[in-house]
Design a protein around this ligand. Structure first.
Ligand SMILES: [Zn+2]
Ligand SMILES: [Zn+2]
Length: 134
C-alpha cells in the first residue's frame, strides 16, 4: 500500500499498458481522481470507490482508494477499465462483462472478498503489475 499521490496513476498506467496490445482505444481513457460524484457515492455506499459513465472514456475514483491495499486498488481500476472496454466492444455495462474483459484480455482474475466484497486483482496480471510499478 502506498499513499503517494501519483500511485493510483501509476497503477492505472500499467493496467492500460497491458491492455494496449488488445485494445488500442485505452490510450484515450483517463483516470480522474477526485470526481465529486465519487465522493457522494462513497458516502452513500462505502463499497463504491470508483465509477465510469460520468465523463466520456473516464474512470473516476475517490482519493480514498489510496488507502486500500494494492490488489484492491488494482482490482477496482482493472474492473472499471473492463467496464469501458466492455461498453466500447459490446455496449455492455454489466458487471460480468467488465470482469470478463479483465479475465479474457488482461489475464487477471477479479475476486470479491468479504466484508465489503471489493474487487481484488489476482493472477499473472497482478504479479506483472507489481513488478512494473515504479
Ligand atoms: Zn465521475
Ligand atoms: Zn462495476
Amino acid at each position: 500500500m502506498s499513499a503517494k499521490p501519483n500511485h493510483l496513476w501509476n497503477v492505472w498506467d500499467v493496467l492500460r499498458s497491458f491492455a494496449l496490445p488488445v485494445a488500442p482505444v485505452v490510450k484515450n481513457y483517463k483516470l480522474w481522481v477526485g470526481c465529486p460524484f465519487a465522493e457522494d457515492d462513497h458516502k452513500k455506499d462505502p463499497r463504491v470507490f470508483a465509477h465510469t459513465n460520468c465523463q466520456k472514456n473516464t474512470v473516476c475514483a475517490s482519493p480514498r482508494l489510496l488507502h486500500l491495499p494494492l490488489p484492491v486498488q488494482a482490482g477496482i481500476l482493472a474492473h472499471e477499465l473492463g467496464h469501458l472496454l466492455a461498453y466500447h466492444w459490446w455496449k455492455d455495462w454489466r458487471e460480468e462483462a467488465a470482469d470478463g474483459v479483465v479475465f479474457t484480455y488482461l489475464g487477471g482474475q477479479i475476486e470479491y472478498k468479504p466484508p465489503l466484497y471489493l474487487q481484488e486483482l489476482k493472477g499473472p496480471v497482478f504479479r506483472r503489475l507489481k513488478d512494473a510499478l515504479p
